[in-house]
Design a protein around this ligand. Sequence first.
Ligand code: C5P
Length: 208
Amino acid sequence: MNFIIAVDGPAASGKGTVAGALARHYGLPYLDTGLLYRAVGVHAQAAGGLDEATAAAVAQDLNAALLDHPKARTREAGEWASRVAAHPTVRAALLDYQHQFAGQHGGAVLDGRDIGTVIAPQAPAKLFVTATPEVRASRRWKQLIEQGEQVSYDDMLADILCRDERDRGRSTAPLVRAADAALLDTSEVTIELAFREARRLVEEALGR
Ligand code: C5P
């Protein structure tokens, strides 16, 4: 059994923080799959638009250099990512890379929306990380303000709700908790507590 930890959840739920901390703790490589969709969104936008043909062409040619884009972590990149992520051919083009990452010898930690359901349904440990929309909007708002972006909390909350709806409602690989994923609600806990609980859930899942 390969030691894969699948971490899914909505935007700004804390899944990236939890996944990164688990990867460091267990000494596993970590992939933030949202970055793949963000990179496709940024480069498709620059290449002419977020339509399926343009975005799929970008996704097919995605490489490490393209992932390292200064705009990839911005608010608009999150929106573009969620739009291109709804195209089935874009998702298909990114499958191989994610499968290879998940399947590497020794295991891996991946976070995203469909890791436990589509990319690595065989993962022995799955977490679904969540928090209220208000808490998530407030976290993302603080991050963006620190990065120098001008955005109001209300606009951030509207973004989060819109992205949730699009990610949950799409027909291919929608955001959904896998039946065997443990739920981790980070609304009212510190990062340290969330990580401790995540570890406990992983170890419980491995012991089953
Ligand atoms: O996780 P992050 O907020 O960076 O993801 C940006 C967008 O990429 C999400 O809103 C979602 O639409 C898409 N995504 C996805 N599947 C993944 C990871 C991200 O559809 N595995």
